[in-house]
Design a protein around this ligand. Sequence first.
Ligand code: GLY
Length: 392
Amino acid sequence: MRRRIIFSAFLALIASHCMAQQVNVNREIKTIEQQVGVMLKIVDTISAGPKGNLVEPRTLVNGKLKMVNSNDWTSGFFPGLLWYLYDYTGNSSYKGLAQKFNKRIEKEQFSKNTHDLGFMIYCSFGNGYRLTNDTAYRSILVQAAKSLSTRFNPMVGAIRSWDHHADAWQYPVIIDNMMNLELLFEATKLTGDSSYFKIAVQHANTTLKNHFRPDHSSYHVVDYNPANGKVNLKVTAQGYSNESAWARGQAWGLYGYTLCYRFTRNPVYLAQAEAIAKFILTNPNQTADLVPYWDYNAPNISDAPRDASAAAITASALYELGTYSKAGHYRQYADKILSSLTKNYRSPIGENAGFILLHSTGHLPAKSEIDVPINYADYYYLEALLRSKRMK
Ligand code: GLY
């Protein structure tokens, strides 16, 4: 009897511990709505002014909202955030706003000079199509997948990421590019044309072969010789060093292989996502609150800036991974990350031009966007909040 009482008390203790980590999603969404209201007012003053080509909010610079052109890699996140608000609240004013901000970046469906079309077009028009079945959005998604496919080289077996730094790299492929595969997989679902699916699978397989170290951390940039597909270099652009593990890169890899498993059910991708999750969650330099330093090998690590965006991307990926994996702990980790972000990384209401999360790091080596709010942190945070409710 005594044993049973002790065991019940133990279970209750665990349950109360888990309960403490549950975020109140309804309440959070209400505060996000308030912040978005603040941001929309500021956005209107900028995009209605002489800089009308600055169409989407990205970050804060010296406390002021920085807006970007439609061809910025982050241009799809704000419309995507508005779609998620429509998704959750059903409030049609968000639908109208999301359509308005989608329209501003619509022409990017034809861009062939960036690998970031998945981020730009899938987060905006992909969510829009999911929620409206608008056939015009369907055409935009398919056109964007066509444009992205032009960057695939069969000799390399991967999509080219960047065209810049031609003096340093011949055919750079970055781990972030895994995220753009979602657009290609979706295009095959929409059209029945398997060519997009095949490109996505080849890209994922080539990245699996060349981007990862034995501990399942990834390089940021792998440069290939496009004539024969051989690896020239494995280096970093946004991380601390070539051999370090840039925190957001690890999060992109985790999310990327999880989504590859969603579309293919290939157990190799599931195992890869699990291995990356293990690297992230058991890293000796991981923080107690699971919001990582910007690079797992940053110097003076306990003073290094955090990257809340990496945490938000990781939380969202872990919710999905938890629905596929036999390991039962991913959901709890995701809950813990969300709880940390909600408690300690949220902007006070009415401040920071309406951004939601503080303390992200965009590109530290370039001394750019250090310890700032940033649109993709907010997008994946909201996505994770929705997934915490829906992915069980
Ligand atoms: N895809 C660019 C970045 O994560 O900063």
